[in-house]
Design a protein around this ligand. Structure first.
Ligand code: HEM
Length: 461
């Protein structure tokens, strides 16, 4: 049936889905690598197609129009809470899993932490942490850049946003977060057997959750005590959350947020605020080690701008090639490679009815690899984002930070952090491959290197 503007909604076809042999083939392809699989499905079925297997039933929507439809046009018919329902239980009252007026109110409360003046004040923390961690490396060392970056980004986000230094707890916090999120984001079919023993993923996740909660509630307790003794001014997100009331909501009666709500928001900020940047830094350095010509050009640019002196925040504006490299890293490896929503009201996309009650997904990971938009999509080519070339990229084709009312709240934070860290790392070291083998991607939940490691040799400059 060919749909026209007057076709009643209920008469429109649903998005196509593979069945029979193609279904079996696509299940295998999916298991091998969902991003390549999504791109091949797009080429066969068009910008919206459905997938169904066991507990898994959703419509994947790809490309600039699809991203725009989900992030802007039909955002009011979509629920992130339903989309990210797997996270409920780990966090029930955080930005990512709230909708509508409640979401808007939470964003208003947290947003001031990301204003440009505050980001300037985080700049020194970002630099200092990077320099200190790098000082532990010796010429010729083989380092796991993923693990190193994780320590740096975790310390940065906790110090910058929560105003606390948890240097001695960094590794425990990072591990408990990983075990907690890795487990909950597995599909239900992999969580059928819940065995509460330390070697079983379920048991490990329970222990991780308990330990993580102890740390998070400990941070809240300490900050509340400092605030009540007027030892500190409330100048960080944690203090604002502790002191916030629901006065500005419609039913607000001036009550404070519960400790569990504060914990949920803090956990999301810590998790989203370090895991994403860790992946991005690790992939960036792997790509730079694979492309010494790009690394050399990046180094030449910073040498020319800095001329031997320390990096200052305004310098970042004078490094256009660094911008292009970061943009290209986030095209190939957008840490948040999918965004999920539950459909609360039917809507039409590409002549198909996307029914209420189903789930939809947009995917920066797959949309960034559509060959009709990004020629030779698997190639690392920062020139795509040169001042003139990037104007040719259609709006919403490139969405590493999402868009609309749910655009990543930490976008500027991350943009500055990636630039500061890369500049300092490149200024002091050259990064070399220790193996020519391709590092496979791990897709759950963020786009990380498989087995959580990227090994590189560091050479002092
Ligand atoms: C390279 C680094 C990062 C990338 C690629 C990234 C990407 C994204 C994307 C795509 C979304 C939207 C998800 C959706 O539409 O469902 C998002 C949301 C979010 N991000 Fe980031 N992010 C990064 C860094 C950060 C940082 C540094 C923070 C905090 C310090 C942060 C905090 C958040 C939060 C709280 C949300 C939820 C926003 C909402 O639902 O209103 N992110 N991020």
């Amino acid at each position: 049936m060919i749909a026209s503007e007057n076709t009643p909604l209920a008469a429109l076809p649903l998005p196509p889905k593979p069945t029979g042999l193609p279904f079996l083939r696509s299940s295998l392809q999916f298991a091998r690598g969902p991003i390549d699989f999504f791109v091949s499905m797009y080429q066969t079925y068009g910008p919206a197609f459905s997938l169904q297997a066991f507990d898994f039933n959703l419509t994947v929507m790809l490309g600039a129009k699809a991203n725009r439809a989900i992030l802007i046009e039909h955002a009011d018919k979509l629920s992130a809470r339903e989309g990210y329902s797997l996270l409920l239980g780990v966090m029930d009252d955080a930005l990512l899993v709230s909708d509508g007026a409640h979401h808007a109110r939470q964003r208003r409360l947290i947003q001031p932490a990301f204003h440009s003046r505050r980001i300037e004040s985080y700049f020194e923390i970002m630099r200092e942490v990077t320099l200190r961690q790098m000082a532990t490396w010796r010429d010729g060392d083989v380092i796991d850049i993923y693990a190193e970056a994780r320590r740096m980004t975790l310390e940065i986000v906790v110090r910058a946003l929560l105003g606390v230094d948890i240097r001695d707890q960094l590794d425990t916090m990072a591990d408990t977060i990983t075990h907690t999120f890795d487990y909950v984001t597995q599909p239900a079919s992999r969580k059928l057997f819940k065995i509460d023993l330390p070697f079983h993923p379920y048991g490990r996740s329970l222990r991780a959750r308990r330990q993580l909660d102890e740390m998070l509630y400990g941070l809240i307790r300490d900050k509340r005590q400092q605030l009540s003794q007027k030892n500190i001014a409330s100048d960080d997100v944690l203090s604002w959350l502790i002191e916030a009331t629901d006065d500005d909501s419609e039913t607000g009666d001036g009550t404070r947020l519960s400790d569990s709500s504060i914990r949920d928001q803090v956990l999301l900020l810590i998790y989203a605020g370090h895991d994403t940047s860790t992946c991005s830094i690790a992939w960036a350095l792997q790509l730079l080690a694979q492309h010494p010509d790009v690394a050399a050009r990046l180094y030449a640019e910073q040498t020319q701008v800095l001329n031997g002196r320390a990096l200052l925040m305004p310098d970042l504006k004078a490094m256009p090639y660094l911008d292009s490299v970061v943009d290209e890293v986030l095209r190939l490896y957008p840490a948040v490679w999918i965004g999920m929503r539950g459909v609360t009201q039917d809507f039409v996309f590409d002549g198909k009815r996307i029914p209420a009650g189903s789930k939809v997904m947009y995917s920066p990971g797959a949309s960034h690899r559509l060959p009709e938009v990004f020629k030779n999509p698997a190639d690392f080519d920062p020139e795509r984002f040169s001042a003139t070339n990037k104007l040719k990229i259609p709006p919403f084709a490139y969405v590493p930070f999402g868009g609309g009312a749910r655009t990543c709240i930490g976008m500027t934070f991350a943009q500055v952090e990636l630039r500061v860290m890369l500049t300092e790392l490149m200024a002091h070291f050259n990064f070399e491959l220790v193996s020519n083998r391709r590092v496979p991607m791990h897709y759950n939940p963020t786009l990380a290197p498989a087995h959580g490691a990227i090994k590189l040799r560091v050479r002092k400059r």
